[in-house]
Write a protein that binds this ligand. Structure first.
Ligand code: NAD
Length: 384
């Protein structure tokens, strides 16, 4: 097994998601972090490199320098891919430059600042033929993969209704000086045209489409800026129309006091229903009108027998909880195996290709555009 070399942009001292990416990428010992431009402040990038024990020659102060420095190395020493863990407005230039320089990319969501950038990035992926992953981690939980496979296998019957929620409370008030994570999220220049809907609404839309296997075709949204002075939505309620006549509701909020990261879905077909919560992610509830509730538990052989994807995404036996970092690791596992397939000149398997990519990124940006214009134009239906 070829160990892939990762370079990271973002994930400096005090940053949130970059550290999760590093832990997840290294979890299976098949990816090593060898380079990075970790921080917008050059000295802090160098400091992070020291903390990680990296070769100082491969700790850079900008992503442009990292590209240059890595291209100057012999081919077999260079990074294979770049993990982009910076605020939203920087994803597009970094991801584009990295792919054009010949590196594969794992990028954070929302994929870009604007829909136009997303469409252009899709062209870059096509042109460069690089592997592109987008870190929607929630669809990489084993029990979410199991739910998707139950729907695929017809256990629920025709899907009628999808309910998805993502409430948080951490932005319920404006603090004197917003913290590192909040400051760029509430600013349209760095966050994009949506606040809450871009930051977490896109996760909810992504999981709804992944599990149901149906695309959202239309939305009717009511977005609100509850906190005085806020420039972007901090709460939103959205009605959804899916393909094949299914309907749904999505709500996302960052001003719901006491809520931590309560992403959850309920999906109902003609025969059965399913319920899953990220805050208790090792269990999938299966409902029927004519039989008692079933609780499927991660790590049991019956899960892997039902869903090869859920089995592949499981590292520890049942009862020993797996959660957020393992889910990220599952996306890195499939992304990495797809890169290896390319290196070995073979077609990646369906299981290896089970990670969100450029199409999910474009759909996320279309979702943002549609909910923002639906709300701004007086809560009207908007096509995606
Ligand atoms: P953060 O503010 O905690 O960290 C951002 C880091 O990027 C900082 O270290 C900063 O110095 C660095 N940075 C900024 N510009 C840079 C540049 N040009 N070059 C190098 N480094 C640069 O932000 P965060 O909460 O970690 O979010 C980062 C991204 O991850 C965002 O796009 C966010 O939406 C996404 N995110 C995704 C998930 C998920 O579940 N997939 C969760 C949290 C955040």
């Amino acid at each position: 097994m070829r160990i892939l070399k990762m370079g990271q942009v973002g994930g400096g001292i005090g940053a949130f998601i970059g550290e999760i990416h590093r832990k997840a990428a290294r979890m299976d010992g098949t990816i090593e972090v060898v380079a990075g431009a970790f921080d917008i402040v050059p000295a802090r990038s160098l400091e992070m490199g020291k903390i990680l024990g990296l070769n100082p020659k491969r700790v850079y102060t900008t992503y442009e320098e990292m590209i240059k420095g890595e291209l100057a190395l012999p081919k077999d020493e260079r990074i294979d891919f770049v993990s982009v863990c910076t605020p939203n407005h920087t994803h597009y230039p970094i991801a584009k430059a990295c792919m054009e320089a010949g590196f594969h990319v794992m990028c954070e969501k929302p994929m870009t600042l604007t829909l136009e950038e997303a469409i252009d990035l899709q062209q870059t992926v096509k042109k460069t033929k690089k592997v592109f992953g987008l870190m929607h981690g929630y669809t990489a939980f084993p029990m979410v993969k199991l739910a998707r496979d139950m729907v695929w296998q017809g256990d629920l019957g025709k899907i009628r209704k999808v309910v998805v929620q993502y409430p948080q409370g951490w932005l319920f008030e404006k603090t004197k000086r917003e913290n590192m994570q909040a400051s760029w999220r509430v600013d349209p220049k760095t966050s994009g045209i949506a606040g809450c809907m871009g930051d977490i609404g896109t996760h909810a839309a992504n999981i709804a489409e992944y599990v149901s296997g149906l695309k959202i075709t239309e939305v009717l949204a009511d977005l609100t800026k509850f906190v005085p002075g806020r420039l972007l939505d901090d709460d939103g309620n959205v009605l959804l129309h899916f393909e094949k006549g299914a309907k749904g509701v999505l709500h996302a909020s960052q001003i719901s006091p006491g809520e931590e990261n309560n992403i959850a879905f309920w999906i109902y077909g003609e025969k059965r229903g399913l319920e899953w919560h990220e805050e208790n992610p090792n269990y999938l509830h299966v409902y029927s009108q004519t039989a008692p509730e079933e609780v499927w538990k991660r790590g049991n052989a019956y899960v892997a027998a039902k869903s090869a994807a859920a089995g592949r995404a499981t590292r520890t036996p049942g009862g020993h909880p797996e959660a957020f970092i393992e889910a990220f690791a599952n996306n890195y596992m499939n992304f990495g195996d797809t890169i290896r397939a390319k290196l070995e000149r073979r077609k990646p398997t369906e299981l290896e290709l089970d990670f969100p990519g450029i199409e999910a990124g474009v759909r996320g940006m279309k979702f943002i555009q549609a909910v923002v214009s639906s709300s701004a134009e007086g809560n009207v239906w908007k096509k995606i």
